[in-house]
Design a protein around this ligand. Structure first.
Ligand SMILES: *Cc1c(COP(=O)(O)O)cnc(C)c1O
Length: 360
């Protein structure tokens, strides 16, 4: 069977070339007689794989030397706890921006460890935009400022980097990391679950400035301490070796395809095809404010929600799946991460056009 176009929000499509290489190396990695899955994480083969993945990520994102790259588990959801446990550092409160479902979860978890000040929220308009920084009530004494660069469910992306002075900026980049260049030096900490735009589920990447490490909330478990992970090259215990290997292959694929700046060009072209169509359509609509329209996750609604199922069926018949929107937004959602080829987006827009002609 041929590959289909998978618009899943996560776990999401991976580059076919990566899957094919993994298949070719599955049983016998580069002639060493075993699979990466079977390697000791302390052996030289695996240590080389992880070191290379880190070096490639550093190169792709231009990560400064005073930042640690950590390969953790537990998903982005575990970071909702690890961030406050590690970064409160005895301060009275932390600042959080609320732009949607993931922000809300991060806020709720942080409240277990200290006071949370919500600097601004877009809940008034069902999370269809991001408040401008001029509307944020930042506390200059906050432990850190947390925001979600791309709300995967609402399709709301923030393309500018907030200015927070000396207060460390923390970002959940689970669904837009590696999709466009960012200046890592502007951040205290960046985290991302791998299963959207990096690799398989089971791996979480954290990029953290060294001076923020080592001041834990009392009672923090060892495994939740960034410094333990940093001091042990993410091998305090067994890392998610196979997921890290696949992520490493994705990094090589990104490098081969021109890096993150080249990815951004393609991502913008892909997103534009859909948004341009939505803008002239009288049948399909985008609920998101123009300046916050995500390049990665594009929710859209049909004029008549009773036709949702028919649209999904028509998409499936043409080899396009996982387009059903999140229940909090309704309608459809097309997730078009780096691995989604432009052909998939073209096929989707062609279907939308025909569907509108038939039902509009
Ligand atoms: C998917 C997602 C999460 C949750 O990720 P898990 O790895 O499942 O914990 C958190 N934040 C954002 C922005 C996401 O897209």
């Amino acid at each position: 069977m041929d590959r289909i176009f998978n618009f899943s929000a996560g776990p999401a499509a991976l580059p076919q070339a990566v899957l094919e290489q993994a298949r070719d190396e599955l049983v016998n990695w580069q002639g060493c007689g075993m699979s990466v899955m079977e390697m000791s994480h302390r052996g030289k083969e695996y240590m080389g794989i992880q070191a290379e993945a880190e070096a490639d990520l550093r190169e792709l994102m231009n990560i400064p030397a005073n930042y640690k790259v950590l390969f953790l588990q537990g998903g982005a959801s575990m970071q909702f706890a690890m961030v406050p446990m590690n970064l409160f550092r005895g301060k009275a409160s932390a600042d959080y921006l609320n732009t949607g479902e993931w922000s809300k979860k991060a806020i709720k978890e942080a409240q277990k460890y200290g006071k949370v000040n919500v600097v601004a929220s877009s809940e008034d308009k069902n999370f269809t935009y991001a408040p401008a920084q001029s509307a944020w009530k930042l506390d200059p004494n906050a432990a850190y400022v947390h925001y979600t660069t791309n709300e995967t469910i609402g399709g709301v992306e923030i393309f500018w980097t907030p200015e927070t002075g000396n207060v460390p900026l923390v970002a959940d980049m689970s669904s837009d990391i590696l999709s466009r260049p960012i200046d890592v030096s502007k951040f205290g900490l960046i985290y991302a679950g791998a299963q959207k735009n990096i690799g398989p589920a089971g791996l979480t990447i954290v990029i953290v400035r060294e001076d923020l490490l080592g001041q834990l909330v009392p009672g923090t478990p060892t495994m939740f301490d960034y410094k333990i992970a940093a001091d042990n090259d993410s091998m305090y215990n067994t890392p998610s070796t196979y997921a890290i290997y696949i992520a490493g292959l994705v990094f090589k694929w990104l490098k081969k395809n021109g890096g993150i700046a080249a990815m951004e060009k393609v991502n913008r072209a892909k997103a534009k095809l859909i948004y341009d169509f939505l803008d002239q359509s009288k049948f399909f609509q985008s609920p998101v404010a123009v300046e916050n329209r995500s390049l990665m996750n594009i929710p859209f609604t049909l004029k008549d929600a009773a036709l949702d199922d028919e649209f999904l069926k028509a998409a499936k018949a043409r080899g396009m799946v996982q387009l059903k929107g999140h229940r909090s937004v309704g309608g459809m959602r097309a997730s078009i991460y780096n691995a989604m080829p432009i052909e998939g987006v073209q096929a989707l827009v062609a279907l939308m056009k025909e569907f509108e002609q038939q039902h509009g």
